[in-house]
Write a protein that binds this ligand. Structure first.
Ligand code: C5P
Length: 223
C-alpha cells in the first residue's frame, strides 16, 4: 500500500534532450541536462506513484524506485511513450527538450569535409506531448515551456495548442535558473475548465519545485 499525493498513480515523464543524427558520428542536440525531469521522477515516486522515465541521453543516475527507458531521437521518444501508454498512464509529464527538427536524410557514412559550405536539410519532429494529448485515453497532461519573453502569453498559447491540462513555464533569459542550474522558478497555468488561478513558484531547488508541481497536479486532479 502506497501513501502520498499521487498514491497508486501511473506517471510517465520524458526528460533530457533528444539527439538527432546527421551521420554515424555527428548529431544535433541541445544543452538540456534532464535535471528537472529526474527530480520530478524522484518526487513522484516519493509521492506514491509508479514512475517511468523516458530519458534522452543524460548523465544522471536513475532515481530510486523509478523505471527508466533510454532513447536517443525524438521519434524514438515518441514511439517509446506511445508503447508505454498501452500499460496505462494517469499523468504524463513532458520535461524533455525535444529537438524541433531532425535531419531529413541521415548519411549512411561519415560526411567528408569538402566545400566551404555544407547544407543539411531538416524536417520537423513530431510533437510528443501534443500527440499523446490527442489519444482517446489521454492521461492528465503536463507540459513545460521555456521562454525569454511574453511568458504568460506564450504559455497560455501552448496550453491550448497542445491540449494540455497544466503548463509550467520558466524564464530562460535569467541566468540563475533553468537548464543546467540546480534551481528553478516557474509559473504554473491550468486549462481553463479547472478554474484554478495561476501559481508563481518562487526560486527554489529543482526538488522543491518538483514537490510544488506535484501539489498543483494533485489539486487539479481533485477539482
Ligand atoms: O513548443 P515547445 O517546444 O516550447 O513546448 C515545450 C513542451 O512541449 C515541453 O513540455 C516539451 O517536452 C514538449 N514537446 C514535446 N515534443 C516536441 C516539442 C516539445 O513533447 N517535439
Amino acid at each position: 500500500e502506497k501513501f502520498g499525493l499521487l498514491a497508486g498513480k501511473q506517471v510517465m515523464i520524458t526528460a533530457g534532450p533528444t539527439r538527432e543524427a546527421i551521420d554515424p558520428v555527428r548529431y544535433i542536440s541541445n544543452h538540456s541536462t534532464g535535471k528537472m525531469g529526474f527530480a520530478l521522477a524522484a518526487a513522484c515516486y516519493a509521492a506514491g506513484a509508479n514512475v517511468t522515465l523516458i530519458a534522452g541521453p543524460v548523465s544522471l543516475d536513475t532515481p530510486n524506485g523509478v523505471k527508466r527507458k533510454n532513447v536517443s531521437s525524438a521519434v524514438q521518444m515518441l514511439n517509446e511513450s506511445m508503447q508505454m501508454l498501452e500499460n496505462g498512464c494517469d499523468i504524463f509529464i513532458a520535461t524533455a527538450a525535444v529537438a524541433d527538427y531532425r535531419v531529413a536524410e541521415v548519411a549512411e557514412h561519415k560526411i567528408k569535409k569538402a566545400g566551404d559550405e555544407l547544407n543539411v536539410a531538416l524536417v520537423k519532429n513530431p510533437d510528443i506531448v501534443a500527440t499523446i494529448a490527442q489519444q482517446e485515453k489521454r492521461p492528465f497532461m503536463v507540459g513545460f515551456a521555456a521562454e525569454t519573453r511574453n511568458i504568460e502569453e506564450y504559455a497560455a498559447g501552448k496550453l491550448v495548442a497542445k491540449k494540455l491540462d497544466m503548463i509550467a513555464c520558466n524564464d530562460v533569459s535569467r541566468a540563475d535558473i533553468g537548464f543546467a542550474s540546480d534551481e528553478n522558478a516557474m509559473t504554473v497555468f491550468f486549462a481553463e475548465h479547472y478554474q484554478l488561478d495561476k501559481r508563481d513558484l518562487e526560486k527554489a531547488s529543482k526538488q522543491e519545485i518538483a514537490q510544488q508541481l506535484i501539489e498543483a497536479i494533485h489539486d487539479a486532479l481533485h477539482r
